[in-house]
Design a protein around this ligand. Sequence first.
Ligand code: DAH
Length: 369
Amino acid sequence: MSGPNDNYDPKQVEALSAGVIDGYVADAMTAIAQADSTDELKRARLAHGGDRSPLALANREIGALPHTARKDAGRRVGEARGRVNRAVAERQAVLAEAELSAALVAERVDMTLPVDIAPRGAVHPVTAIIDHMVDVFVALGYEVAEGPELEAEWYNFDVLNLPPDHPSRGEHDTLWIDPIEDAKLLRTQTSPVQAREMLTRDLPLYIISPGKVYRSDEYDATHLPVFHQLEGLVVDKGISMADLRGTLDHFAKAMFGDVATRMRPHFFPFTEPSAEVDLECFACHGESVGNPDRPCRTCRSEGWIEWGGCGVVNPRVLEACGIDSDVYSGFAFGMGIERTVMFRNGAPDIRDFVEGDIRFSRSLLGGAR
Ligand code: DAH
């Protein structure tokens, strides 16, 4: 601030001259007009209208003027500050309005969009087909039985007529549980449930048992180390291979519609006689057989695909479970559940069952019910 100015001549107080004040105002107007956000405008307001702005500093000079001159100078500075403040207020209104409109566009919420807070899951195709299989057999009077996945070697092999040195044990790629002396394993088949049921339930027996089985198999398009089987067992008086054939035909029709089945002699230690049950190839319907121009990859041009194993329960198994094989006889069957879904729905790669992609489950749902 300047000292007292006794010989006052306003024109000599440079900061208060009309030309300089107008210059300050012009600078302020330019900065205000150029501000294109409210933040920039705030900076312009502080620079040109704030406490340390040229106009504020000029205002302080007024106090150094003699009384006679203060009124004039005061009015000039006051008017200048008023013009700057009004310009700031007008620009502020324009910029705030523009920023609000931009925010309303950017943050727009479409209230008409459907809400999907928790994405809906889907029933797994294995679960769905098991439900369907259970429905088919419960309608025939069967009961559902379950057994443990951690199984004793005796149930998985010995009682099913597979003693320790039996060669077909080697086909099972068994996963044994430590310590090995405990003779525990992850069941390689659902067949041990047969023995558990024969040992605990009253006769006659009509049961199915769906469940998980384990084998140290490769993980590829046709193998999973953990998959599912459906086991069936009937023990009653006068049961024969003809009953098995009729039951499997009915089951196949319920699963696949009007499809032909056939039985092919095979060997299983727990059934005698044994067979593999085949389905007519759903891809070529037998047309590839003897027709090199139309080879079929699904059945390797054989016209049939293997669905599962079956047979008349071996009397040795009945006896091992305390059942008089002179009075009772039975049949049994077992098939892969994933394979059943794959045949039914034309799913080419078994790995899709464990990849967890919900689109796979959804794509098969319609067909599995
Ligand atoms: N357990 C057999 C397997 O895993 C399938 C099987 C064959 C089950 C014949 C049966 C049967 O009940 O009678 O290969």
